[in-house]
Design a protein around this ligand. Structure first.
Ligand SMILES: C[S@@+](CC[C@H](N)C(=O)[O-])C[C@H]1O[C@@H](n2cnc3c(N)ncnc32)[C@H](O)[C@@H]1O
Length: 299
């Protein structure tokens, strides 16, 4: 096929995917646009449209490893946090600040602080477990070199100042292993986009105990088997955090946000700390026995 023909096909495919994204918005972003989301902060439909528009534009302005739709899913849970609930929003792994700019807009709209952890020097050297990651869902193997995904603190600050809400941000520069040790603020929600299992382990070890008991923890590495499996690793959770493994929604394929060849997917997954979600109660309904998620009221 000639070059112009190939370009036309590529443009059509792009337009088709965009149309699918627009058509699927009521499902994918149903909770974001729900009346209750943001109501406690006076963030209504018009403000949410403005926020979504800025986030979309930011995705084209700042080189970013994640998508604005993924940011909107996280923003939904930030807007849903009850104002009286204590805690900051934490981002681990910000690269050039594309995700930071968007999350700062949501955090700023709710008067919450966004604490951003990164080396600002890129990835640390991968250890043996992180030499290569398997992404079964997309039949890929991912590798990282030391220093890749580098965004300097100056670049990130400039990007967030230009396109986000820098007044909501606090930057913690250094490897997680060093910077998290003395961090002890209550965490209302966390977003991990760290690429390496070792880095994810460090973040979980420090942040899980600080996370609110109903708090959401998002991960942008959920297609990596090495990282998704960590959330189901009963032994690791018992040894390091003395609790059951929480599991993760979206393991292997991500939550269904973007049209793909075989349905919808993304790189985003999440877990909720709520321990009740991991138990069930036997109840009687219309004379028949059935089960409900959560512990019984007597527990
Ligand atoms: C994939 S990039 C993040 C992409 C970004 N969230 C976005 O959407 O554009 C991964 C980031 O994690 C950081 N990182 C990974 N492991 C780290 C560690 N142990 N300590 C500090 N930063 C780390 C890297 O510096 C890099 O900025």
């Amino acid at each position: 096929m000639e070059r112009s023909g190939r370009n036309a096909v590529a443009t059509l495919a792009k337009l088709y995917r965009l149309a699918l994204l627009v058509l699927s918005t009521p499902v994918v972003l149903g909770e974001y646009f729900a009346r209750e989301t943001g109501a406690a902060y006076g963030v209504g439909f018009t403000k949410k449209c403005e926020l979504a528009g800025r986030m979309l534009l930011n995705n084209t302005r700042i080189p970013t490893g994640s998508s604005f739709v993924e940011h909107l899913i996280i923003a939904t849970q930030i807007l849903n946090l009850p104002p009286e609930r204590d805690g900051v929003v934490v981002e681990c792994g910000c690269y050039m600040g594309g995700s930071t700019a968007n999350l700062s807009l949501a955090a700023g709209a709710c008067d919450r602080k966004l604490v951003v952890f990164d080396s600002f020097e890129g990835m640390p050297e991968p250890t043996d477990v992180d030499r290569a990651h398997v992404l079964i869902g997309s039949k890929e193997v991912h590798t990282y070199d030391e220093g890749s995904w580098r965004g300097s603190l100056g670049t990130v600050r400039r990007n967030v100042t230009a396109y986000g809400d820098v007044s909501a941000c606090e930057f913690r520069k250094g490897y997680f292993e060093e910077t998290m040790a003395d961090f002890d603020e209550p965490v209302a929600l966390a977003f991990l986009d760290v690429g390496l299992r070792r880095s994810a382990e460090t973040c979980l070890e420090h942040l899980w105990p600080l996370l609110d008991r109903e708090g959401y923890l998002f991960t942008h590495d959920v297609k990596h088997m090495e990282i998704a499996s960590l959330f189901f690793d009963a032994e690791w959770w018992r040894e390091h955090l003395d609790c059951d493994a929480p599991g993760v929604v979206g393991a292997g394929s991500g939550v269904g946000l973007h049209p793909k060849t075989n349905g919808f997917g993304s790189l985003l997954g999440y877990t909720v700390k709520e321990p009740e979600l991991r138990s069930f109660t036997r109840v009687e309904e219309d004379g028949a026995e059935t089960y409900r998620v959560g512990a019984s009221d007597d527990d």
